[in-house]
Design a protein around this ligand. Structure first.
Ligand SMILES: *Cc1c(COP(=O)(O)O)cnc(C)c1O
Length: 383
């Protein structure tokens, strides 16, 4: 009990990143400028993508990507009930209607086999989430999307560094959004980016992220730029700052090492917990992939242990171990129930997962000894 609180996640910020932030602060240019340009180029190289747009958050990226897809009132966007509320919120904010498809219990991703039944003549976009950093079966999703002429906006908030059949998410397909929130696999404090193969979409997002101006401030106030600008459309204030990019440049360099350490820790949980009937463990799919292990999320066998997931999380906390809840089924939040008529029982597989899921501590700085402590404490609570 005397041991310090172990959070379920904690960012790993190295000295190079701290020095870069300090250099940025001292440089006289702290908002969007040369460091965002550098970070953009680094992301283009890492993700093998020409059009990369850093923004103030992934939520901003999802919002702008949907707006740039020009949805009309009554248009439908299909997504999963096992996601963060932002995924559904932006659909509503873009003026469309969220339509949900239940998950595959094994991968916890939206079940491609159920997708086609949800498509109507108002469907415009499929918005899969690569849950926990495990890629959804992209061939299946894109085959259906292409057959119905639908766009695909991938919520890849969990999935920077994830690969599907040998290719990085962000390097192929329609449009993706990554998050750099501190709990995610790499961070810029707050931040995110859009990747796309659609040049016109990229141009629209580039306008919308900064007031709808055809020149960004860096050009306007720089030596070479002109003070002049035009407003092409009313835009938002969703640009990333250089202070954030200063962190991002060094986080991106460390990302593959982060994922390697996350993978080691996740594999260790998988090995140890394989013998515990109290847990149902994550299952990896048959197709070739690299899991980014953003989250390690087993399901507590609540009937067997005679304890709800919330009680389990509380007991862990009393023993100074933090856990996470990703997520409560999003369709059961009051707004979505009232506005769209969702009810308990609508998506039984997602609901069953959401009642039992727990995010165990997992972050690159976590030591083997800390993981042993997590396992020992779980043993004392459950066995
Ligand atoms: C974190 C997250 C977001 C939002 O990311 P922000 O960068 O915090 O805006 C969106 N979708 C999912 C699935 C997430 O986990």
């Amino acid at each position: 009990m005397s041991e310090a609180f172990l959070p379920f996640s904690r960012p790993d910020i190295n000295q190079d990143a701290i020095d870069e932030v300090v250099a940025c602060l001292s440089s006289g240019w702290i908002t969007t400028g040369p460091r965002v340009a550098q970070f953009t180029a680094d992301l283009q190289a890492y993700l093998q993508c020409q059009h990369v747009l850093p923004l103030s958050s992934a939520t901003a990226g999802l919002h702008l990507a949907l707006l740039a897809m020009n949805l009309l009132p009554g248009d439908e966007v299909i997504t999963t009930p096992l996601t963060f509320a932002a995924t559904l919120n932006v659909i509503v904010l873009a003026g469309a209607k969220p339509v949900l498809v239940d998950i595959d219990s094994a991968t916890r991703n939206m079940d491609p086999n159920l997708l086609e039944d949800a498509i109507t003549d108002r469907t415009r976009v499929i918005m899969p989430v690569h849950f926990a950093g495990l890629p959804i079966d992209m061939d299946a999703i894109y085959e259906i999307a292409n057959r119905h002429s639908l766009r695909v906006l991938e919520d890849a908030a969990h999935a920077i560094g994830t690969e599907y059949r040998g290719r990085k998410l962000g390097s192929f397909g329609d449009t993706q959004v990554f998050s750099f929130h501190p709990n995610k696999n790499m961070t810029t404090g707050e931040g995110g980016c859009v990747t796309t193969r659609d040049e016109k979409l990229a141009k629209t997002i580039s306008l919308l992220r900064f007031h709808g101006m055809d020149r960004e401030a860096w050009n306007r106030f720089g030596k070479t730029g002109s003070q002049d600008y035009e407003i092409i459309m009313p835009g938002f204030k969703y640009n990333m700052m250089d202070i954030q990019a200063a962190l991002g440049i060094h986080q991106l360099k460390a990302l593959d090492n982060f994922i390697e350490r996350r993978t080691e820790l996740a594999n260790r949980y998988q090995e140890v917990l394989a013998d515990w009937e109290e847990w149902e463990l994550p299952i990896e799919p048959h197709y070739a992939h690299r899991h980014a292990w953003h989250l390690y999320v087993p399901l507590l066998q609540t009937d067997l242990v005679g304890m709800t997931r919330d009680v389990f999380m509380q007991r862990m906390k009393e023993k100074n171990i933090g856990t996470g809840l990703h997520y409560r089924a999003v369709h059961l939040y009051p707004y979505y129930r009232e506005q769209f008529g969702f009810n308990p029982g609508d998506f039984p597989k997602a609901e069953s997962v959401c009642e039992r899921i727990v995010s165990l501590p997992l972050f690159p700085l976590m030591t083997d000894a800390e993981q042993d402590r997590v396992i020992d404490v779980m043993f004392s609570i459950l066995r």
